[in-house]
Design a binder for this molecule. Structure first.
Ligand code: CS2
Length: 499
């Protein structure tokens, strides 16, 4: 198609809905749908997950549960969805081809930085009963060693002084303080990020911020009585959308959609049934409401995300651009299957009726979905924030039982090799972004020996805590693995560990 033909394609918006094929049309009429949810971090994951559950819940049981989506870091999503009246397509790619539907749940999109006051007002608005978040691990500014806000973070310091809301915790507290002053109505804040005990973790950060900001203004006591923070487990694989995905959609539908998201058929949401007020009937859309989320959360974080990160670092070393290519390698596939069965499974408590082997085999099939083109480099981002919940908890629990968790340690060793040597086994340069990237580079930039590398990185308490740094047995295991990765490469190391 010529660039001109592309530029003149009709853009998806409210007026275009009537021309869509019937099976793509929204199940809920977006016109007149009021906003009841504020969502912080309206990236691809939210659009393919909670926004879909919310549409299905409204279709089943009604309610003004339109979403005000907030973009945090850049205005890109607001620029894409604004002209489309908040509408976008979810393309579900599985073995049987692609199914598409347009989602109407997002009724308003804002860039937090453009108008912080509008965001504060939205959270304070009594019509808002729920705030949900998918802002990625690093946005919480959590010190995993203390479970509190990181000391010395310049954005947090600025927000604590007042006058700015650069951080998500700062935005939440500004909105909640305004709400207390105006209506005082209760509200529920639902963290949907991959953090262990995500509800309690966010609650502690919000209370910590409120106390540090104004220790005597009573906000913390109000929050304790009026704001609930249920934990959730969210699961759906959503690779970054590419220009080729958008071109294929335009060719198939005749519509230009800058907000398209591509995902897999599988989707799961487990929510702690602990709300301060009304909520959408998400259970009518397939979500599991329970009073015990943590077993699901731990299973998912350690089995799926632990495997994902291990595949990402080993895959990058072995020059596999996509997860489906990495899992197609016998060595890597055996490592992942073994990691889940040997190292992770003994650390889990499984809900009644939950078949862990079946879950593992499903994961291996999901990773092998070739239609998804999920880049290993996307998952490799922000390793310092991801490793603690995904792999280090497993390692800690296994070490406490005197085990030598070689497969969980292999993922950490592969991360160490990637961030220190920064080349794949064939010599291709590798770069990964990380909020601690500067510090990691300063520690390992000029080191080559496996022991030096492991010592320098293991000493980063903000990642490994004091306990793992002091574990000599773990240190020796990692040195051995980093050495083998350097000498034999990722594929051969993986094969030798599972032979
Ligand atoms: C992935 C997750 O990018 C990543 O770090 O491991 O986004 C993963 O795809 C989701 O958690 C699946 O639910």
């Amino acid at each position: 198609m010529t660039p001109t033909a592309q530029a003149t394609r009709r853009r998806l918006d409210l007026a275009a809905l009537a021309d869509l094929p019937a099976d793509m049309r929204p199940r809920v009429d977006p016109r007149g749908l009021g906003v009841g949810i504020v969502h912080l971090g309206i990236g691809a994951f939210h659009r393919a997950h909670q926004a879909v559950y919310t549409e299905d819940a409204i279709a089943a049981a009604g309610g003004d549960w339109g979403i005000c989506g907030v973009t945090e870091r850049s205005p890109a999503v607001a620029d894409a969805l604004g002209p489309q009246d908040g509408l976008y397509t979810v393309a579900v790619r599985g073995a049987d081809g692609e199914r598409r539907r347009v989602i109407p749940s997002v009724r308003e999109v804002r860039w937090a930085r453009a108008d912080p006051e509008a965001l504060t007002r939205r959270i304070a608005d009594p019509a808002t009963a729920i705030v949900t978040l998918t802002v990625t691990e690093k946005a919480y500014r959590l010190d995993p060693g203390t479970g509190r806000l990181r000391d010395g973070d310049p954005d947090l310091e600025a927000d604590l002084r007042g006058g700015s809301t650069r951080t998500v915790v700062g935005q939440l507290v500004a909105g909640l303080a305004r709400r207390r002053a105006h209506s005082g109505a209760p509200i529920t804040v639902v963290c949907c990020d991959n953090l262990p005990s995500n509800g309690a973790t966010l609650r502690d950060l919000v209370h910590d911020f409120a106390r540090r900001r104004a220790p005597r203004d009573g906000l913390s006591a109000w929050l304790a009585d009026h704001v609930r923070f249920p934990s959730t487990m969210v699961d759906r694989i959503v690779p970054a959308t590419t220009a080729a995905d958008r071109r294929a959609l335009a060719a198939a539908t005749g519509l230009a959609d800058e907000g398209l998201v591509v995902t897999e058929p599988f989707s799961q949401w487990v929510i702690e049934d602990y709300f301060a007020g009304p909520r959408p009937a998400w259970e009518r859309a397939g979500a599991i409401m329970t009073d015990r989320v943590w077993p699901y959360e731990r299973i998912k974080l350690r089995m799926l995300n632990g495997s994902h990160s291990t595949l990402a670092y080993l895959g990058m070393l072995a020059d596999h651009e996509f997860v489906a290519d990495a899992i197609a390698s016998d060595g890597l596939c055996h490592v992942i299957a073994g990691l889940m069965a040997i190292d992770v499974a003994p650390t889990l408590r499984v809900p009644d009726g939950f078949d862990l082997l079946h879950y593992r085999d499903d994961l291996l099939r999901r990773f092998a979905n070739r239609a998804l083109r999920h880049r290993t480099a996307q998952i490799a981002l922000d390793g310092s924030q991801k490793l603690p919940g995904r792999l280090l908890g497993t390692i800690r629990d296994r070490r406490a039982h005197g085990a030598e968790p070689a497969l969980a340690a292999l993922g950490v060793a592969a991360w160490m090799r990637v961030v220190s040597v920064r080349r794949s086994d064939s010599g291709r340069p590798l770069t990964i972004e990380d909020p601690l990237g500067g510090e990691i580079a300063a520690r390992v930039g000029s080191l080559h020996g496996p022991r030096q590398i492991v010592d320098a990185l293991l000493a980063m308490r903000e990642i490994f805590g004091a306990d793992l740094a002091a574990d000599r047995g773990l240190c020796d295991l990692l040195v051995d693995l980093v050495e083998r990765l350097g000498r034999d490469g990722a594929e051969a190391t993986a094969r030798s560990l599972t032979a």
